[in-house]
Design a protein around this ligand. Sequence first.
Ligand code: SF4
Ligand code: SF4
Length: 452
Amino acid sequence: MSSLTGAKLHLYEMNGAKIAVDAAGGAVHLLDDVSWAILQKGLMESRAEAVAALPGFPRHLVQEAWDELDQLKDGGLLFGDEPWRSWTPPEEVPVKALCLNVAQSCNMACKYCFASPYTRAQDLMSLEVALMAVDWLVAHSGSRRHLEIDFFGGEPLLNWKIIPPVVEHARGYKDKVFSFTLTTNGLLLTEDKIDFLNRENIQVVMSLDGRPHIHDAMRPPAGGSYSTYHRVVPRFIQLADSRDHRNYYIRGTYTNANLDFTEDVRHLVELGFREISLEPVVALDGPFALGDEHVPMILQEYERLAEFYLASRREGVPFNFFHFQVDLFSGPCLAKRLTGCGAGYEYLAVTPKGEIYPCHQFIGREGFLMGHVEEGGVDPSITRLFREAHLFNKEGCPDCWARYFCGGGCHANAHLFNGDIHKPHGGSCLLHKKRLECSFYIQSQLWEASQA
Ligand code: SF4
Ligand code: SF4
């Protein structure tokens, strides 16, 4: 595979498809051989020069291709300007979402869990704190109408008793519209809970890593020795079936033990799931951590996954893979493209004690306690730190070809690996860019198939 990358243009080949990404405007172009040669050799200054430099192609084809590329340039779809480079974030951004860590406890002892001490502690959020958190969100949401609450942990179903009253309380605010998400390992998922989650239209994120031996090796029960895979899969299938395979996704983790993770996605598809996300493990070290030595294999595996994704579509078994769902036609607004996830000001996490942190990954990290839901405001210096950590203030981002698809990466990863939210984790960047390349490749192939 060949590629050429710069702050303005990214050119790459994947399985014979030649693709150009205009870094400024985010336009993606599928190229023929002549256009590829013109761009790769940097021949957009003059048409005559391009003809002279490419004697291997018929003159009229070079001229035609050059003219088409020139039109794209004129239309701002190639080598576009970026007048928003001087963008500054607004002074005030109302809060949109809270992650409620309703159970800082867990009935599994997953080996890669960033919150592994939860297994030992029994720390459940009281209903009083949870209701206070909802009121806090409403009070800090300004004129925003649509608000979000994530029930998270640990394992939130350990504290099920507070979830229905929290939902009811939030729905009592008639001038706000709440969406809810619940992330669960599935061990305590029962029919009555499924009924409630369906009735209240709560999105469910189900943690499942893929093949039985992969899942069970990483996700043993706390204080037991049974297969959690065999316990949770029937419940997850029941839940997905009961809501016609909508408003859920399977969220798995891969480690160095399953660098062939396409097989895990294949297994999930064979189980009947159609909404799938598989994330690299977040770990500094340890026997399952991902290191630089694993990156080449992972990049190759994403290409294999892209081919499996396309083959499944051709065979009439389409599924969605979270990281391949890039909307090229109506992507996020400018502010979102420049800032990414909104952690620390738009999106915050609350511990069982009511403490507020920039997001679930920052919980317990020194220097990131922002306030308490009982006390009103949050530390403005932390809010400002995150608001101003947009991609023009991050190391390497202003000239990265993927900048407007990425928004500057995950602050928590940057802080974990490099001790600074402004210094993105290089390994995560490589993986993210590869997933983008795969998703553009997929869209180019689907577009070509639709034209045939
Ligand atoms: S975080 Fe990494 S991938 Fe994202 S824009 Fe910055 S350098 Fe590029
Ligand atoms: S900082 Fe990272 S982990 Fe936290 S919300 Fe943003 S993307 Fe997610």
